[in-house]
Design a protein around this ligand. Sequence first.
Ligand code: B12
Ligand code: SF4
Ligand code: SF4
Length: 342
Amino acid sequence: MSPGSPNGRVEPGPLAAAVKAEARALGFDLCGVARAEPLDGEELRRFLAEGREAEMAYLRRRLDERLDPRVLLPGARSVVALAVAYWRPDARPGIARYAQGRDYHQFLQKRLRRLRRRLLRAAPGARIHPSTDTSPVMEKIWAQRAGLGWIGKNGLLLTPEHGSWVLLATLVTDLELAPDEPQPNRCGSCADCLPACPTGALLGEGRLDSRRCLSYWTIETERSIPEELRPATSRWTFGCDDCQNACPWNRSPATASLPDFAPRPIVELRCSALAGLSPEQFERHARGSPLRRAGFDGLRRSALLGLLREGGADAREACERLEDDPSEVVSETARWVARRLG
Ligand code: B12
Ligand code: SF4
Ligand code: SF4
């Protein structure tokens, strides 16, 4: 990266162009720049006041940093927003597409650190804070401001190139980089994602109630899933893509270029096998996979509900084995599913 001018000053335009070229070389599909300015906190405060964060207590913390990158990184002038596409034709059903392969936190963080190092070579002494889900940064809003796409009625960042099948990351920096123009919202009169949500978690205008979202229940908590959400959970063992599958912008996606999203052996397992994992098998299979986040009991609980869909002798046997499991959540779910399997 060598965007300096003859007098040694690093110009915002060439520097932004150089960051984008390096990001592309490192496997990021999209990259844009926004000015580091405070965000309007009204939506976030309303989300929290209505309890829509469920038990994700971390969303209530560090609000000042979440709403102003200059608090997160004093002197911040720019936010670089990055996206990687993850859609693949060989994804296994019942597991969210983003979670089929390796844990993106690990491999994107590595690429972000590399991008940071290259940027430091061009601008020694710069302050650069990389993050992908790891800091109080509202990634969708920064991606929208940096011109990568718009926030759809399903609450996700949609891009013209890859629909919403992208994962996001940011670099907050004190460097001055030429900002990009935000794109218009292209949802128009479409609202297909709203009725596609099986649990009514989407409230319109991109607002979501985590307490009703299958993604929340199957990834973020090991608690017992409320009975009225259990039939829908039988289709989703980890995460949920219903509000993305319904979106017209997601219909003809290009295949992900990063090989890290290739399905791993754990997503090949049937629900009866997932429910029957021992703690050691869980550790071995889930290592390096996003499914680890559900936890041993959380994954077995969701897999048990998947048996309602799978059915058959294996399903009944898996339930029987877990009816007296030491985990109250697992044993209660096993008994509940067994009653329905008959
Ligand atoms: C907490 C969280 C969740 C929670 C809550 C989701 C939510 N919508 O808030 C749960 C567990 C439910 C969840 C689920 C999923 N998540 Co999530 N999640 C996050 C996380 C860590 C924080 C999001 C957050 O701050 N929420 C709080 C609310 C208030 O903020 P917000 O949704 O970001 O922003 C809204 C408001 O601020 C408001 N708003 C603000 N300004 C403005 C301005 C205007 C004009 C308008 C109209 C609105 C508006 O609208 C925004 C959109 O709803 C982010 C990573 C990150 N650090 O950003 C990933 C992230 C949003 N998740 C991601 C993914 C992939 C998912 C799932 C698709 C996974 C899956 N397949 O199961 C689902 C999708 C569910 C859905 N439809 O949103 C990706 C999204 C990528 C993308 N293309 O947008 C992110 C960015 C992670 C990443 N690094 O890529 N997630
Ligand atoms: S992830 Fe599933 S449950 Fe959550 S809002 Fe989207 S469709 Fe609804
Ligand atoms: S389904 Fe329609 S309304 Fe929903 S995000 Fe996609 S384009 Fe927007």
